[in-house]
Design a protein around this ligand. Structure first.
Ligand code: NAD
Length: 423
């Protein structure tokens, strides 16, 4: 329990990584403070935050799951404010992309990085990759004041401070060009133009294969011809998914808050536009969330008329209630972290220095039999697909002696609760 006065490391200008700890027990807040109070003031550029506060905030959040490290990286000069979370490194270094996003508040950013990095532990295990789980978020600054390339380089310097415990790549809001800037400061990066490149077409391929498997399972149909699919978010992944579905004869419905992206799909694939507030009421067979997470909730499940949910977005299920509702209803859910692993599987193929596109395609194609196995087990064991996939991912940890050799428990024992490190 954290009930002693934390060390105070006042933050000064420069890049700082404040390490929060993986420790047991609930943190104790100073009298009169809640996580939200502290987080709202979480602007280290005001040079006001101390490391103990940050540890407390992170560890108190519901999504904190014995993460090994959560780091805050700040740089006044370049406008960088980023969070890097390493959930678990048992299978290998934490690997997961960097999201650049304008968050409603700092709690939302911390929550996002915690959930995303934990998701990567499960995703990488389920994809049988030698990686643990990690993820980063950059809080979007005012780009009229700061230069993007400089900000990315500052972020690269932050990644390098983790000394190989975290490897980054693209995610929502970041591009291959950003990765090239980050690469100037760290070697801990995947998804560069000159190697495996943009992961999104490979992610889309995995989702497409997942949709094929889901249609065979639920609609007993070997073809996608005439199947009505609504793609929510036609950015990097959504666009490529539309292209593959169009080639297979599916009927496309698309929705995006970015109108030009919708227009491209209307023109290229004959897609029908659906306004963002009508997505959950559309008369379609498949809902493919490819924008942001947490769109599958009790409320949206009650509105959705679809047979299948299968999309690229991470963390699609809003909360435990949504998981429960999903299990009781008759919508077939293709677990997000299984079918959206194509990008990370492709990235893993550049690990030994020789990236071969054919080999990468063969590896991505394994998503389909993995999903078929989840469906088979869900059917025979009478369980929800999200329960089965978590069980299967955990089995992959256990096969490797996860709980015996080094897991959250042992990490907890080896670190002192009040230990906070500012670099
Ligand atoms: P992107 O930023 O290129 O595209 C997201 C799109 O969603 C954008 O066009 C945006 O305008 C749209 N959008 C945002 N909010 C919306 C809303 N409320 N309604 C409709 N549209 C909305 O991102 P991406 O790389 O295509 O990734 C999409 C999703 O897939 C994300 O959740 C990401 O974490 C996940 N994912 C991506 C990859 C990858 O390889 N890029 C890999 C795994 C998972």
């Amino acid at each position: 329990m954290l009930n002693e006065t934390p060390k105070t490391n006042k933050i000064q200008a420069g890049i700082y990584l404040i390490k929060t700890l993986n420790y047991g027990g609930s943190p104790v807040f100073p009298p009169g403070f809640s996580a939200t109070d502290i987080c709202i003031n979480l602007n280290p550029m005001k040079l006001n935050l101390n490391c103990g506060d940050f540890s407390r905030i992170v560890c108190s959040l519901a999504d904190f799951d014995n993460h090994e490290e959560v780091l805050l990286a700040c740089d006044e000069q370049t406008g960088l404010r980023a969070l890097i979370a390493v959930h678990n490194t048992f299978r290998g270094p934490g690997v997961g992309g960097t999201r650049l996003w304008k968050y409603e508040n700092d709690v939302a950013a911390v929550t996002d990085v915690l959930r995303l990095s934990r998701g990567m532990t499960f995703k990488n295990a389920m994809a049988e990759l030698p990686f643990g789980g990690g993820k980063a978020v950059i809080l979007a600054p005012d780009f009229s004041k700061y230069q993007r390339s400089e900000l990315m380089r500052a972020f690269g310097r932050a990644v390098s401070k983790l000394e190989g415990r975290y490897f980054t790549a693209e995610d929502v809001g970041t591009s291959c060009d950003d990765m090239s800037e980050i690469r100037k400061e760290t070697e801990c990066i995947f998804g560069l133009k000159e190697t495996s490149g943009d992961p999104s077409p490979h992610t889309a391929r995995g989702v497409f294969l997942g949709i094929e498997a889901s249609v065979a399972e639920r609609l007993q149909c070997d073809s996608l011809k005439g199947i009505r699919v609504l793609i929510q978010g036609v950015g990097h992944v959504g666009y490529h998914l539309c292209s593959m579905l169009h080639q297979s004869g599916a009927q496309l419905f698309v929705s995006d808050i970015n109108r030009p992206a919708v227009e491209i799909c209307e023109q290229e694939f004959g897609a029908t536009a659906v306004s963002p507030d009508k997505v959950y009421d559309a008369e379609v067979d498949i809902y493919a969330p490819c924008a942001l997470g947490a769109t599958v909730s009790v409320e949206t499940l009650n509105r959705l008329k679809v047979s299948i949910i299968a999309g690229a977005a991470n963390n699609q299920l809003r909360d435990a209630k949504a998981t429960e509702e999903l299990q009781q209803g008759d919508i077939l859910y293709a677990p997000d972290y299984l079918i959206n692993a194509g990008g990370i599987i492709n990235i893993a193929c550049e690990m030994n220095g020789s990236y071969q596109p054919e080999k990468a395609a063969r590896e991505v194609a394994k998503i389909k039999p993995r999903l078929q196995e989840v469906y088979r087990r869900a059917r025979t064991e009478g369980k929800g697909t999200c329960v089965v996939v978590d069980e299967m991912a955990r089995e992959r940890f256990q096969m490797q002696g996860f709980s015996k050799v080094r897991g959250p428990e042992t990490v907890m024992e080896s670190r002192h609760p009040a230990e906070s490190i500012a670099y």
